[in-house]
Design a protein. Structure first.
Length: 459
């Protein structure tokens, strides 16, 4: 049996005291990612099932999704029961119930569409990843499960923003603590967890280097500090990090590796007469960003390269079909790009398909969805924070001015499902240079140096 660490034991003692004393307290437990909250939960469940196996008592645990989260929780409890010698004694029922004697652990999805009404929590009500559970779903369907039993409730998770269920419970608990002195909120960030595990310390230190200490994911999942709404996408400090000292280039240099990101103008923009962006500031553009990959000394392919933005192209009001020949010439002959990430959303699909047919596997079609765009945004922040992304120095060009205009106007919006949106408000301009930049990072992340040897269709 895995021995709980001291901070896990601290939480367990408080929860069990409430259960055995029938106090009906509600706890909030924030433990840094991979810090052991699931192990804590499983051992609590095993203990309660063991102690109450002679009685028809239920505990209920919900997770934001049935697969994989609920399934993982059930698997962990089964493992702990087996470790404790209950193999062959516990039984599984209905695909979501684990029974030990007369006591049962009921595992439910907190997805909005899940039908969970009718269950009763006698021993414990647990909410896993509470930051991702809908407040309405919890208050209407899960919280009443313990109304007749004065059940003890535990909300586990990591922080996100100040509007989540977990944050709401946390703030209520902190206020009640100030009034009666009973501890209800427990918080253990990555530094606390690292005191007990040197491998974890090394891993999180590497994540801090990769993402940056103030990256939204590191801030919330490891430092356990909430982000506050939206606001500017890149801070003044981050914009300063993005500014480089290298000069803009017009063509590839021998021995260098180049990648590209292509953001395509929307369908409504095609077919219009070409006009200058300055005269049509609300018109969308097709933008190509060229990045040079600067690999670390020692040829360590496991280390991520620096990305120097060395060139931009943009076309406003020009049909995609009219750009095919020029795009191929730029990407293949002028820059010899090794990887090209292209917007394949909607009208971009035929363009990406044409480029892939002409240029081979080096072309990576990218479809924008809420999730995929969020990942682009997080990757862009991580690349800036690590100092690996640099823009060419000022040259007085329209491309340079538009790039920085979009960077400065860009906003971020953080969603309850731990995804983000980044954009420029249409009332203030466009974000095509910004999206092209993010796709360039995607191309760099997809590039593997080994592909340079003997692979047809990619060099």
């Amino acid at each position: 049996m895995i021995t709980l660490r001291s901070y896990q034991q601290e939480v367990a003692r408080a929860i069990l005291d409430s259960v055995f004393g029938r106090k009906g307290l509600t706890f909030s437990v924030e433990i840094a990612r991979q810090g052991g909250k699931n192990e804590l939960s499983a051992q609590l469940e095993m203990l309660l099932l063991t102690l109450f196996m002679a009685e028809p008592q239920d505990l209920v645990k919900c997770s934001p999704t049935f697969k994989p989260q609920t399934v993982i929780s059930m698997s962990r409890l089964k493992d702990r029961l087996n470790d404790a010698g209950f193999g062959g004694i516990w039984t599984a029922e209905l695909g979501y119930v684990i029974r030990l004697g007369n006591a049962r652990a009921i595992f439910l999805s907190a997805d909005e569409s899940a039908n969970v009404v009718g269950n009763t929590a006698h021993l414990l009500l647990e909410v896993d990843e509470a930051q991702d559970v809908s407040k309405d779903k919890y208050n209407k369907e899960f919280k009443p499960m313990g109304a007749t039993t004065n059940v003890t409730t535990v909300h586990y998770g990591t922080t996100w923003d100040d509007a989540t269920l977990l944050e709401e419970v946390k703030q209520t608990n902190l206020e009640m603590e100030r009034k009666d002195g009973i501890r209800r909120h427990f918080r253990y960030d990555w530094q606390e967890v690292a005191k007990h595990n040197q491998d974890y310390l090394a891993y999180v230190e590497a994540e801090r280097q990769r993402l940056g200490e103030d990256h939204p994911l590191f801030l919330t999942q490891y430092r356990l500090l909430p982000i506050h709404g939206g606001g500017g996408f890149l801070s003044p400090q981050q914009r300063a990090q993005l500014a480089g000292e290298h000069t803009r280039q017009r063509h590839a240099e021998s021995g260098k590796v180049y990648v590209a990101g292509i953001d395509l103008a929307g369908e409504a923009e095609e077919g219009a007469d070409a006009q200058l962006r300055a005269l049509q500031p609300r018109r969308d553009s097709t933008v190509v960003t060229i990045g040079e990959l600067d690999f670390p000394a020692g040829s360590d392919v496991l280390k991520q390269p620096r990305i120097n933005i060395v060139e931009h192209y943009y076309w406003t009001g020009k049909r995609h079909t009219e750009l095919y020949a020029q795009l191929i010439d730029i990407l293949k002959n002028v820059w010899r790009c090794r990887k090209i990430a292209v917007d394949a959303t909607g009208v971009g699909e035929p363009v990406s398909s044409f480029l892939r047919q002409s240029l081979g596997l080096r072309v990576v079609p990218f479809t924008f969805t809420q999730q995929s765009k969020s990942e682009l945004g997080f990757n862009l922040l991580a690349t800036v924070n690590s100092g690996r992304l640099k823009m060419y120095k000022g040259d007085g060009s329209a491309e340079y001015e538009e790039f920085w205009s979009e960077i400065e106007k860009a906003k971020s919006q953080y969603r309850p499902n731990q995804t983000m949106n980044f954009y420029v408000d249409p009332a203030r301009g466009h974000d095509d240079f910004l999206m092209s930049l993010s796709l360039t990072i995607e191309a760099a992340n997809r590039y593997e140096p080994r592909e340079a040897k003997g692979k047809s269709g990619d060099y």
